[in-house]
Structure formats: structure tokens, C-alpha cells
Design a protein around this ligand. Structure first.
Ligand SMILES: Nc1ncnc2c1ncn2[C@@H]1O[C@H](COP(=O)(O)OP(=O)(O)OP(=O)(O)O)[C@@H](O)[C@H]1O
Length: 303
């Protein structure tokens, strides 16, 4: 169990993390969301022991995580961290980079494990290519496999799929998160991407103004967003009295209702049309199956 106990930290005088507390159970997938600059990467680095805390304590099981004041080498065997900037050996192959931390005393197991990890990150075709010839997204996948090689108990991921194209992203996410669950590896994933969270996260932490403002299971957070930061993370949303925060897909256009608006714009979003309409002098967004013309009046309701 990871226990983050009331930690605070600042790089200079301004606090970046203030009295943050939460826990992660073994095998649990926890997402960390928040605006750019809210301190997600800093929090992850603190958990990794990269900086000394101003206040509070962090534990993995019985082991206290300490910063560079107390440790010559940053990091612990049971915890791995995949940063936004990754540190690979450019002149050796993907296979060698991944196998680097595995013991040569067990060559067959090393080979087997390396092969398995290459498959998890879908780099079979590149196994024998030198890392310097890979794209940013391919390097990111090597870094992920490297972090998994030594079977950590907990994995800290900072925007793990940010460099990976949409073709690969979905299947890669599924493979990586499934692998983590199968191996009972806990993870904390800092992300801006709702698709890293929906379908995978057991719980979500929302960081805002140096603090954790929500620590909820994914369904609760999605269904009852309590502020615009949370609603905006999951998609196009509105704040309409008396409904509160409602996503565009939670509104429907009906024949008659007391809520009337005038269509301002209409955007094709693949599955449906996103209607932008003016309601009480403000823009609102409604998902609709059909295209609508600018200027027409509509009635709407909450589904
Ligand atoms: N090494 C550093 N020295 C001083 N200030 C820093 C340092 N690293 C980050 N900061 C500041 O700390 C705050 C939090 O930054 P951090 O990178 O943790 O945010 P983030 O939520 O991960 O952002 P993003 O989503 O854009 O990656 C920002 O105001 C940033 O400018």
C-alpha cells in the first residue's frame, strides 16, 4: 500500500503541493488529473523520492520513501517511474534496452521476459533496431517496457501515451493496463487524456490549487462532476440551472420544453453533431443525431 501522508512541497516560496494525502492499494490503477502546471509531475517525482518533502511522509508498505538528502541514489527497487522525458541507451537495440536491468545469470528467463515485454508495448518489429532510429512514441514504449522489466510493485507514469499516435494508443493502453492488473502492479498515472482514465482507472485524484480536491471512483467522478475542471476533463459540458453540470450528450432536443435556445453552430464529431446554441445569452452544447441549421430555435431537456 502506498501511503501519502499530508505532504507539502515547494520549489521556491510558492507552494506546489499542499497537505496532500491519499493511498494506493497493491494492483490499483489510480489516475491523477489536473490543469497544466497544477503539480502532477511534481507529485509523482515526490513519490519517487526525487525531491525532499517540506512536510509529511510517504510510505510503500513499511518502507519510508526518502528524498536525495537521505539517499545517494534516487529511487527504490519496488517502484519505477516513467518520466515525460525518457532516458534510454541510443546506441543499443530495443531488446538490449529492455533487458538491461535483467540478470544475465538466467539467460533463458531474461530472453523470455524481454520478449513478453516487447509484445506488451507492441514493438516486435523493432526489437533489433537501435533506439536512436526510433520515433518519439516508439522510444516512449521502450521506456515503458524498461520500467516493467524488473516487475515493480508500483509504477508511476507521467503522460505515458502522450507521444503515441491514435492508431496504436487504444490497443497499447489496453495491453499495458491489462498487464499491470494481471501482475498486480499498482500504478499512478498523471494524464490530460480522458481515454487513459475511462475504462482503466479504479480511482481518480483531482489536483487543483496545490490540493487534492477529489478522490473518487471513476463512475462517481464522471457522473457527478462537481466543478468545471472535472466536467471539462471528460468532454463538452454546460452549467445550466437547475441541472447543474451536464455533458453535451446528457441533453436532448425535444418538441416542447421550457428550455429554448437558438442554434449558433453545428459541428460534425463523427458519431453525432455537436450543436452550439445560445441559451440565456450563453453558449450551450448539445449532442444531436442530426445536423441543424444556424438560427433555428430548439427546445431541450436533460435526458
Ligand atoms: N524544477 C522546477 N523548479 C521550479 N519550479 C518548477 C520546477 N518544475 C516545475 N515547477 C513549477 O511547479 C508547478 C507545477 O509543475 P508540474 O510540472 O508539476 O505541473 P504538471 O501538472 O505536471 O503540468 P503539465 O500537465 O503541464 O505537465 C508549475 O508552476 C511549474 O512551473
Amino acid at each position: 500500500m502506498l501511503k501519502v501522508k499530508n505532504i507539502s512541497f515547494s520549489y521556491n516560496k510558492t507552494p506546489v503541493i499542499s497537505k496532500v494525502r491519499f493511498e494506493i492499494k497493491p494492483g490499483e490503477n489510480v489516475a491523477l488529473i489536473g490543469e497544466s502546471g497544477s503539480g502532477k509531475s511534481t507529485l509523482i517525482k515526490l513519490i519517487y523520492g526525487q525531491y525532499d518533502l517540506s512536510n509529511g511522509e510517504i510510505y510503500w508498505k513499511e518502507q519510508q520513501i526518502l528524498g536525495p538528502k537521505f539517499n545517494l541514489v534516487v529511487g527504490y527497487e519496488f517502484m519505477k517511474y516513467v518520466a515525460q522525458e525518457f532516458d534510454l541507451m541510443p546506441f543499443t537495440t530495443v531488446r538490449e534496452n529492455i533487458g538491461k536491468y535483467l540478470s544475465n545469470f538466467y539467460p533463458e528467463e531474461k530472453q523470455q521476459r524481454t520478449k513478453e515485454l516487447i509484445k506488451v508495448v507492441e514493438l516486435e518489429e523493432f526489437a533489433d533496431i537501435k533506439v536512436k532510429f526510433l520515433s518519439g512514441g516508439q522510444k516512449q514504449r521502450v521506456a515503458l517496457a524498461q520500467a516493467l522489466a524488473k516487475q515493480p510493485e508500483i509504477l508511476l507514469l507521467d503522460e505515458p501515451f502522450s507521444n503515441i499516435d491514435n492508431f496504436k494508443k487504444q490497443s497499447l493502453r489496453r495491453k499495458v493496463f491489462k498487464f499491470l492488473k494481471e501482475q498486480n502492479i499498482g500504478c499512478l498515472v498523471a494524464t490530460h487524456d480522458k481515454d487513459d482514465v475511462l475504462g482503466f482507472a479504479d480511482r481518480v485524484l483531482v489536483l487543483d490549487n496545490h490540493k487534492i480536491i477529489a478522490d473518487k471512483n471513476i463512475e462517481d467522478l464522471y457522473n457527478n462532476p462537481k466543478n468545471k475542471l472535472i466536467a471539462a476533463f471528460f468532454g463538452e459540458y454546460n452549467y445550466i440551472e437547475p441541472f447543474g453540470f451536464v455533458y453535451a450528450h446528457q441533453l436532448k432536443i425535444v418538441e416542447n420544453s421550457k428550455y429554448e435556445a437558438q442554434v449558433k453552430d453545428c459541428y460534425f464529431n463523427g458519431k453525432n453533431y455537436l450543436i452550439e446554441a445560445v441559451y440565456q445569452s450563453e453558449s450551450i452544447f448539445i449532442e444531436n443525431e442530426n445536423k441543424l441549421n444556424t438560427g433555428v430555435y430548439i427546445s431541450f431537456e436533460k435526458k
